[in-house]
Ligand binder design. Structure first.
Ligand code: AMP
Ligand code: ZN
Length: 137
């Protein structure tokens, strides 16, 4: 087994666990972007949002909300950023689905959720929305 998060789930390498349930594990990120940065993962190896089953996704979503609430309360956070990456092009490094929970404070300097607010071309925006709608299932 090559996957580092599968190794954590199997207990083969250590992690600071926060929540351990049938389908889901939450543990602290060892390179925290903010105080309290943690990861929530499905126990069944799944690479990304496109592969995960609806049942596992529901379990992850529930755990993410509970962990985010607990972290917010415990650390008196003023906000919480929730981030999940799919594929190398989106900067996903570990190919085992994980949701980042990052407690946030006003002016904490974390730039993960900031981008330039430059108005787009409305014709192009509408055209893209139409194309996406054709692929909705
Ligand atoms: P990404 O795939 O870009 O969403 O990032 C992977 C995340 O996993 C990074 O934030 C790493 O710090 C974190 N990470 C990698 N290895 C471990 C580990 N052994 N224990 C906890 N967190 C880890
Ligand atoms: Zn895995």
């Amino acid at each position: 087994m090559e996957c580092i998060f599968c190794k954590i789930i199997a207990g083969e390498i250590p992690a600071v666990k926060v929540l351990d349930e049938d389908l889901v594990l939450a543990f602290m990120d060892i390179n925290p972007s903010s105080q309290g940065h943690m990861l929530v993962v499905p126990k069944k190896h799944t690479e990304n949002i496109f592969e995960i089953s609806d049942g596992d996704l529901a379990a992850i979503t529930s755990a993410v909300r509970r962990c985010a609430k607990a972290a917010k309360e415990a650390l008196k956070a003023e906000g919480v950023t929730i981030l999940q990456l799919n594929g190398r092009a989106s900067d996903q490094i570990v190919p085992h689905l994980h949701v980042h929970i990052m407690p946030r404070w006003e002016n904490d300097g974390l730039s993960v959720s900031q981008w330039e607010m430059k108005p787009g071309n409305m014709e192009e925006i509408k055209d893209i929305a139409r194309k996406v709608q054709e692929h909705l299932s």
